[in-house]
Design a protein around this ligand. Sequence first.
Ligand code: HEC
Length: 179
Amino acid sequence: MNNQKNQNTGSVVTTLLGAIVIVVAFVFLLVRLATSGYFADVDEMTGPAVETRIKPQGVVTMGDGVPAGQRTGESVFNKVCIQCHAENAVVANSPKMNHPSDWAPRIAKGMPALMNSAINGFNAMPKRGGNPDLTDAELERAIAYMANSAGGNFTEPPIVADAASASAPATASAASAAQ
Ligand code: HEC
């Protein structure tokens, strides 16, 4: 009789302990779930972070620390246009560096027409060379740089330092010299 009672008490304690373990485990998992990053990480949702993740492959980044709009024609050419306009590029129809026969008919169109092609795209020529970060002035400098290698006589638009440094003329020349 006594034995029977002891056994009963034992199984009640076991059941209680089991229940407590289950509740603790459940709460633990619940906490893990709530803190497991189910919610969006704010840092990862910033515009630049998202753009980096979804950007198309093969886009040339201009991560050179030069403020937008202040790149020389040569630097824009070397970063972007060179893919298709290099002297030995294998791309069909693109006027190549140092090939006057390629450039003569393009130069004859005049800079406004060439700018229009560069800004809006022209057949296989992608808009802004495929790099939307390039400003109009940077495109014009790159066109002048390429065309001038092949008989053109264009002037690259000057590089104007931004408003903050414009008041110090020395900075403007230092900025363009640095490029
Ligand atoms: C993906 C290849 C590619 C890249 C990159 C590229 N171009 Fe071109 N570009 C072409 C091709 C191809 C043509 C010839 C289009 C035609 O005449 O059918 C062309 C033509 C041009 C022309 C002549 C347009 C005309 O009206 O005759 C200019 C100017 C030009 N590109 C400027 C640039 C500049 C500036 C860059 C760099 C910022 C650049 N391109 C980057 C492929 C490219």
